[in-house]
Design a protein around this ligand. Structure first.
Ligand code: PMP
Length: 390
C-alpha cells in the first residue's frame, strides 16, 4: 500500500522520472520539486507577478495577500497552537534564518553573565552566528558565556547527561538541531527542555526535519523553528523562521522595507500543501524504511563504517532513531574518490566534508540522503555497487 502511494508521488517529480538511470541521493542539500510547485511558479509569474506590500493594483494586492497567507500556511504546517501570537519571517534558507535571530533578536535577550548553549558538532550555520553574537555583545561590554553542547559519537545524539550538568540558572538560550545532517538521528528535543527548564529559549534548526517528518511546535515545546524551503520541495532561496514569542523579547520580522522573494514564497505555500496532502508521517515512514534498508545492507559489508545513529527502526520514541540520512565511509577508499565512483554508476551523493562544526568529523565520508521520490530499488542498486568495491 505504501509502495503504491510512493509510486504515485514519485511520478510527480519530472526531474526524477526524466532520468531513470540516475538516483538523486542528496536531498539533505536540496530537494527536487514536484509538478505542483513548478505549476505554481509558472502560474504566479504569468498571472500575478508584482512586488508585495506596496501598490494599489490587483497583482500587488494579490501578492501581498499571498505572502500573508503563506505565513499562516507555515504556522499550520508546524501545528502552531497559538497562531495569533507567533511570528513568521521569510528568509533565503536556514543559514539566513539563524543569522537573523542571532543578530536582531538574541542580543535583546541576554545580559552580562548569561549563558547560551551551542552544539559544537552541528552544521556550521547553527554555530557561527551564535559565536558572532557573543563577540558583538562583548564589543558592547556585555559578556556572555558559550557552553558547547557535547555529542555522543556512538549514537550521534547530544550528550543529554552532560547537558543537564552544564545547564544552570543563567542558561537563557539553547541552539539545537532537530535531525542531524551527518549523523541522521532525530535529536531528543524533549530531553533538552527537561535539562534547561521551562524558561530557557530553545531555537531549533529544522533544516533536515521540515518536509521529512511531522514537526509540531506544540509537541516539541521550542521557541524558534528555522528551516529551508528549498529542502522542503520549494524553490531555491526560500526558508522561514517561526517564532513562538512566549519567552524573551518579541521577534519582529523584517517589515516591508525590502522586496521579498514572492515567487519563492508562492512555491513554499504549494510545497507545504503538497507535503500535507502526501502526509509527512508517511514520508517519514518511507524514508526511515529506506535508510534502515541501507544501514542493514552496509552492516554486512566489512569495508564500511556507518557514522552516527545506530538504531534504524526503534519503535520506542524515547530512543533516538535514524531518519532518511545515512553517512558512511569505506575503510580503504577516500570518500571524495568514492563519490566519483558512485556518480560514474549514476548515484548522486554528497561526499567528503559536510559543513560540520569544530567537533565534527575530520575524516571525510559519503552521505546518502533520501526523500519521498527515492526507492528501495535505488538502495539495492547502491548496495550492489558498494559491495563490489570490497
Ligand atoms: N542546518 C542544517 C542542519 C543543514 O543541513 C543545512 C543545509 N545543509 C543548513 C543548516 C543550511 O541550510 P541553507 O543552506 O538552506 O541555509
Amino acid at each position: 500500500e505504501l509502495t503504491r502511494w510512493q509510486r504515485a508521488l514519485r511520478a510527480q517529480f519530472p526531474i526524477i522520472t526524466a532520468h531513470p538511470e540516475l538516483a538523486y541521493l542528496d536531498s539533505a542539500a536540496t530537494a527536487q520539486k514536484p509538478q505542483a510547485v513548478l505549476d505554481t511558479v509558472h502560474t504566479y509569474l504569468t498571472t500575478t507577478n508584482a512586488n508585495a506590500g506596496r501598490g494599489t493594483y490587483t497583482w500587488a494586492n494579490r501578492t501581498t495577500a499571498l505572502v500573508e497567507q503563506t505565513r499562516d500556511r507555515v504556522r499550520r504546517f508546524l501545528a502552531d497552537p497559538a497562531p495569533e501570537r507567533s511570528a513568521v519571517h521569510f528568509t533565503s534558507g536556514t543559514t539566513e534564518g539563524l543569522r537573523t535571530i542571532a543578530r536582531d533578536w538574541l542580543p535583546r535577550l541576554l545580559a552580562d553573565g548569561d549563558e547560551i548553549v551551542v552544539p559544537d558538532a552541528d552544521h556550521e550555520a547553527n554555530i557561527a552566528p551564535w559565536l558572532e553574537a557573543q563577540r558583538e555583545l562583548a564589543r558592547q561590554g556585555v559578556h556572555i558565556r558559550v557552553r558547547p553542547m557535547p555529542y555522543q559519537r556512538s549514537s550521534g545524539d547530544y550528550d543529554h547527561i552532560a547537558l543537564a550538568e552544564l545547564a544552570g540558572p543563567r542558561t537563557r538560550f539553547v541552539a539545537a538541531t532537530h535531525v542531524h545532517h551527518v549523523y541522521g538521528g532525530d535529536m531528543n528535543i524533549h530531553r533538552i527542555r527537561r535539562a534547561v527548564g521551562p524558561d530557557a529559549v530553545i531555537c531549533l534548526d529544522a533544516a533536515q526535519s521540515v518536509g521529512h517528518l511531522p514537526v509540531s511546535v506544540a509537541d516539541l515545546d521550542v521557541d524558534f523553528v528555522v528551516f529551508s524551503g528549498h529542502k522542503a520541495l520549494a524553490l531555491p532561496g526560500t526558508g522561514a523562521v517561526w517564532a513562538r514569542q512566549a519567552r524573551g523579547p518579541r521577534f519582529t520580522p523584517g517589515g516591508w522595507s525590502g522586496s521579498p522573494n514572492t515567487v519563492g514564497i508562492a512555491s513554499l505555500a504549494t510545497a507545504l500543501d503538497w507535503l500535507d496532502a502526501a502526509g509527512t508521517d508517511r514520508i517519514e515512514r518511507w524514508t526511515v524504511a529506506l535508510a534502515a534498508r541501507l544501514t542493514d545492507g552496509l552492516r554486512h559489508l566489512d569495508a564500511y563504517e556507518i557514522l552516527g545513529c545506530q538504531s534504524s527502526l526503534a519503535a520506542d520514541s524515547s530512543v533516538q532513531r535514524r531518519q532518511g540520512i545515512v553517512t558512511f565511509r569505506h575503510r580503504a577508499i577516500d570518500s571524495g574518490d568514492l563519490g566519483f565512483i558512485l556518480f560514474s554508476e549514476g548515484f548522486m551523493v554528497r561526499s567528503d566534508q559536510h559543513c560540520q562544526g569544530s567537533a565534527g568529523e575530520r575524516t571525510g565520508s559519503v552521505r546518502v540522503s533520501l526523500h519521498v521520490y527515492n526507492t528501495a530499488e535505488e538502495i539495492d542498486r547502491l548496495l550492489a555497487v558498494l559491495a563490489s568495491l570490497g
